[in-house]
Design a protein around this ligand. Structure first.
Ligand SMILES: [Zn+2]
Length: 56
């Protein structure tokens, strides 16, 4: 079963945040404002971050 949440690190500033894998809105970095994910076909498409850890 797929994990529903990911801990990700912003590619620009390294700030870590937790995102929902099926986020339907654009998620921005809290620190620098970079776009981290955007919705794509019912799941979040990681565009400006790297996955640190998959959470439950
Ligand atoms: Zn950032």
């Amino acid at each position: 079963m797929a994990k529903n949440f990911f801990k990700v690190a912003c590619a620009d500033c390294g700030n870590e945040t937790t995102i929902y894998s099926r986020a339907t809105t654009i998620v921005s970095c809290n620190v620098c404002g970079a776009t981290l994910t955007k919705p794509s076909g019912g799941k979040a498409d990681l565009v400006g971050c790297t996955v640190v850890e998959a959470l439950e």
